[in-house]
Design a protein around this ligand. Structure first.
Ligand SMILES: N[C@@H](CCC(=O)N[C@@H](CS)C(=O)NCC(=O)O)C(=O)O
Length: 210
């Protein structure tokens, strides 16, 4: 098989979840290889497949694509019929803006509320800075969902949703308050068959972080 997506522990690897959802959305055949975190050879295993020494990384034959957003862009070019970006240019520009903001911002949210799919850490990590990040994320969602009417940010699933998927899990794990609009969005994300499959696989992995 030509396409292999190398991912980190599904329980913890927020960056890995994004291209997995984008690839799954295309319906294309691909293989997923998991490199578990916190193992004695984790760094060596990642370095073997990723020039950036980070996961996710996609191998398409000899071509190596690293970084979650770059992989999503490549997948969009491989499978244009999957409409991973909105068709309308202005909407596409908005989707790219929010994807880029998600990719480069919200450091406190990431730091205080790291992804952990199978833990209940309600109330942990609720620093003022992390909550300010969370409120900015939810403001983006609310504005976009009001315009599109959902269930995803631009109606149908797009790369923008893939980029925010890990945050939806952080809000659940850490018990961040959600209004009805954001709750419906999180529920739609968590009902995606690909998300359900990822979470099921994550449950079978060892818990290596407290
Ligand atoms: N900007 C990168 C970040 C990738 C990244 O930081 N991956 C982490 C795991 S989620 C990693 O590979 N850590 C392994 C290590 O640091 O050894 C992307 O979007 O793909």
């Amino acid at each position: 098989m030509a396409l292999t997506l190398y991912v980190g522990s599904k329980r913890y690897s927020s960056w890995s979840l994004r291209p997995y959802l984008a690839l799954a959305h295309t319906g294309a055949a691909f293989e997923t290889t998991t490199i578990l975190f916190e193992q004695p050879d984790t760094k060596q295993q990642i370095a073997k497949v990723s020039p950036a020494k980070r996961v996710p990384v996609l191998h398409d034959g000899d071509l190596v694509i690293w970084d979650s957003l770059a992989i999503c862009e490549y997948v969009n070019e491989l499978y244009p019929a999957a409409n991973l970006w909105p068709a309308d240019r202005a909407q596409r520009a908005r989707a790219r803006s929010m994807s880029a903001e998600m990719h480069s911002s919200f450091v406190e949210l990431r730091t205080q509320m790291p992804m952990d799919l199978h833990s209940d850490k309600a109330g942990e990590g609720h620093t003022a800075e992390a909550l300010a990040d969370a409120h900015r994320v939810m403001a983006i969602w609310r504005e976009q969902l009001a315009a599109s009417k959902g269930p995803f940010l631009f109606g149908a699933f797009s790369i923008a949703d893939a980029m925010f998927a890990p945050v939806t899990t952080r809000f659940t794990t850490y018990g961040v308050d959600l209004d009805a609009t954001c709750r419906a969005y999180v529920d739609a994300m968590h009902a995606l068959p690909a998300f359900v499959a990822w979470k099921r696989d994550a449950a079978a992995e060892p818990a290596t972080r407290s």
